[in-house]
Design a binder for this molecule. Structure first.
Ligand code: ATP
Ligand code: MG
Length: 177
């Protein structure tokens, strides 16, 4: 095993239609925080609820938790506002990729803002490739562009096998949000 004294920053992508992309990223954050590592989390999309992980994340030492989107873009009536919010989130994210503030950076739901054309894929690719050499990065969201998967070290595709949503069961606190 390589010594952790010579860390190599890895790029991980959690994608696919199944549940577990964001929560797996948070699980990794929990793991890193346990070693005293510094974690920066940016959520590009804000859902309907103030999630449990956000409540805890905003008051956890060594963890910076920013939720920068306004709402789900597919419910939004104001695409200009969403574009502006996405660009602001990306501007913070790209600074985090360069500076020495974090050991792990999570860009949650970034695939949506790329696929909507709010943040150019080329910019994301070059910022990731030019990032600090020892920085770990996790990207989450459905439909990760192939170009991102190509430069990643770990790509995991969550596959939806069953979900109670299908039977009309509403989102459950502590599990879904
Ligand atoms: P989680 O946050 O639970 O890890 P996720 O990040 O994989 O889920 P998203 O696509 O970000 O999933 O969707 C966000 C919300 O939709 C969460 O409340 C999640 O539990 C729920 N969800 C995820 N996958 C499915 C699915 N296949 N069917 C129904 N709901 C889902
Ligand atoms: Mg998610």
């Amino acid at each position: 095993m390589r010594s952790s004294k010579h860390p190599k920053g890895l790029l991980l992508i959690n994608t696919g239609d199944g549940k577990g992309k964001t929560t797996a990223a948070i699980g990794t954050a929990f793991r890193a925080l346990g070693h005293g590592m510094r974690v920066g989390m940016i959520q590009f999309i804000k859902g309907k609820w103030k999630t449990g992980e956000r409540k805890l994340g905003e008051r956890t030492p060594n963890l910076t938790w920013l939720t920068m989107g306004h709402g789900f873009t597919w419910e939004s009536l104001d695409l200009d506002r969403d574009r502006t919010a996405a660009r602001a989130a990306w501007s913070t994210a790209s600074a985090w990729l360069q500076e020495d503030s974090y050991d792990l950076v999570i860009l949650d739901e970034i695939t949506y803002v790329i696929n909507y054309g709010f943040v150019p894929l080329d910019e994301v690719l070059s910022a990731l490739q030019a990032r600090r050499a020892d920085l770990h990065v996790i990207l989450t969201g459905r439909d990760a562009p192939a170009e991102l998967s190509a430069i990643a070290d770990v790509v995991t595709e969550m596959q939806a096998v069953k979900h109670p949503y299908r039977d009309g069961v509403s989102a459950q606190q502590g599990i879904e949000f």
